[in-house]
Design a protein around this ligand. Structure first.
Ligand SMILES: Cc1ncc(COP(=O)(O)O)c(C=O)c1O
Length: 523
């Protein structure tokens, strides 16, 4: 028998050690909070984006540190290498892609969530009750039944993929196929599984391609239905496509309506889609990545009428919920189907009626992740602190600002609006009467890149009918009307500068950035 030694030398931990160790760490932690609050409160005097310098790129390719330098020195490296060079979405003039800003309270909520670090597979604990409560709140705000099932996930893509996974499970279950047991290959010896079809407008976001590929439906099983001049799904074309597919023996699995398309902010006729799906007995899924939260606003709610009839709705809280990444939600009207589509049983996770695992792991049974963090805390704290009406007002403010930008574009003879502004996305370009040999797509690409590289503002781009568009998607709670005036002035200034240049140059001096910014502050 081996002898057990009570004293085999000191044991390690990653916690600070002793009173002095905790005091030292406390000082560092307070400094981190203070520095970040300084950063957030000074954003408007910072460039919207800074290119990452070569030496920083090099430092970020160093080999793994085998010996640590200590938390204080490591934090100084963060300040030197990382903090100055994020993608810019905190900034009041960031309108690229569809990226929210986050909030100081959301940031602190993430700190509290990481500090408490509970496991949100489920378990008998208050944090799980918070996630249940938040899901109930969100269902109520979206006018879905209060007992709809839901799950907080990383982002809109994941939320949508989970929704379509439930749709696939449910449509095959109704056709007598157990897709979880046999996959799309079907039961050995049984008749083959029908070919599944999903439908969405040609403006559906790219997550849908990943979903049909992952779910074995394949790209040819995703019908991209044409849109009309307002970028909304053509309902007659949808009807014809579904009828043709049924006639060829395929099984319609799900229709995806979009509330707020990524390109132009258009919303499909969700009421008509809900009626069509009800009649055709097809699962109705809504991608409401940002548009779903229009339900919070009394004046904007009519745009998404019909969303409340969806079988599943995916939406982000890190876009128009203004929360820090990552946070999105999938809501499923039919709680049992949601569970059936994902639940597993394993002896090491077996539920008990008492103890820590009482109540089981309901969240692990609604998606893919077993170990999940406490995302619900930032939603809960923020709703509690600000109230849902405040969110409604901010969403309305963003939509009003997009209308304001549209008016500025329309009022300038050198600018051209490229799509109707349905919501919070404005697509336009610099299009003067005389372009001095520039092709408009090239000219606008260069205008956009200079805007970004000089740190003036960060719109992104899209192509609309082959035309390069400068695209502003406004889910920014920090923007003011002055920021949009500055954007328009800068686009015109840079456009004129390009026309005056014999050869496009690689960028203006940093001084100009600050001249432009100072002008904004005095506006
Ligand atoms: C309409 C739409 N759907 C889905 C997504 C994907 O969401 P996420 O980036 O949170 O995965 C986006 C992102 O911009 C979007 O605009």
């Amino acid at each position: 028998m081996h002898r057990v030694h009570a004293d085999d030398g000191p044991e390690e931990t990653l916690d600070p050690v002793g009173e002095a160790g905790w005091a030292e760490f406390r000082e560092l932690a307070h400094r981190m909070v203070d520095d970040m609050l300084d950063h957030l409160s000074g954003l408007s005097t910072q460039p919207a984006w800074r290119p990452v310098p070569t030496e920083v790129r090099a430092a970020l390719t160093q080999a793994v540190p085998r010996t640590g330098i200590g938390a204080d020195a490591a934090y100084r490296e963060f300040l030197r290498l990382i903090q100055p060079y994020p993608n810019g979405n905190l900034h009041p003039r960031f309108w690229g892609w569809v990226q929210g800003n986050g909030t100081p309270l959301g940031m602190m909520a993430d700190m509290l969530a990481a500090g408490l670090n509970p496991h949100l597979g489920g378990f008998d604990q208050a944090p799980a009750m918070v996630e249940h409560q938040v899901i109930g709140w969100l269902a109520e705000l979206l006018e879905l039944p209060r007992n709809a099932s839901g799950l907080l996930v990383t982002g809109g893509s994941m939320a949508n993929i989970l929704g379509v996974t439930v749709a696939r499970y449910a449509s095959l279950k109704a056709a007598g196929v157990d897709v979880r047991e046999h996959g799309l290959q079907g039961e050995p010896g049984a008749s083959s599984v029908p070919r599944l079809m999903c439908y969405g407008s040609a403006e559906t976001h790219g997550w849908a391609q990943k979903a049909v590929e992952l779910l074995g439906i394949g790209n040819t099983g995703f019908r991209r239905i044409a849109v009309g001049p307002e970028y909304r799904m053509d309902m007659a074309a949808l009807g014809r496509t579904v009828a043709r597919d049924r006639a060829s023996g395929a099984l319609p699995c799900c229709v995806i309506g979009t509330a707020g398309t990524v390109n132009t902010g258009a919303t499909d006729d969700l009421e008509a889609l809900a009626g069509f799906c009800r009649e055709q007995k097809i699962w109705f899924h809504v991608d409401g990545a940002f548009g779903a939260l229009l339900k919070l606003s009394q004046s904007l709610r009519p745009i998404v009428r019909g969303l409340e009839h969806a079988d599943s709705v995916a939406f982000d809280l890190h876009k128009w919920g203004y929360l820090p990444f990552e946070c999105a939600c999938i809501l499923v009207r039919h709680a049992e189907l949601h569970r059936e589509a994902f639940a597993t049983s394993a002896s090491y996770l077996a539920e008990e009626s008492r103890g820590v695992i009482a109540g089981g792991l309901p969240f692990a049974d609604r998606g893919i992740d077993l170990t999940r963090g406490f995302k619900a805390l930032k939603v809960w704290l923020s709703f509690l602190a600000h109230g849902s009406d405040r969110y409604a007002r901010l969403i309305e403010q963003n939509v009003a600002q997009a209308r304001y930008l549209t008016q500025l574009v329309e009022a300038d003879p050198d600018l051209q609006l490229l799509a109707p502004t349905a919501l919070n996305i404005v697509c336009f370009r610099y299009a003067p009467a005389e372009t001095r040999g520039w092709e408009l797509n090239d000219l606008n690409r260069e205008v956009l890149l200079r805007l970004q590289e000089r740190g003036v503002a960060v719109p992104s781009a899209t192509a609309l009918s082959g035309q390069f568009a400068i695209r502003c998607a406004n889910v920014n709670h920090r923007s003011t009307r002055a920021d949009f005036r500055l954007l328009v002035e800068a686009v015109v200034d840079i456009g004129k500068e390009l026309l005056e240049e014999a050869e496009p140059e690689s960028g203006r001096s940093a001084e100009t950035v600050y001249q432009i910014q100072n002008k904004a502050q005095h506006d």
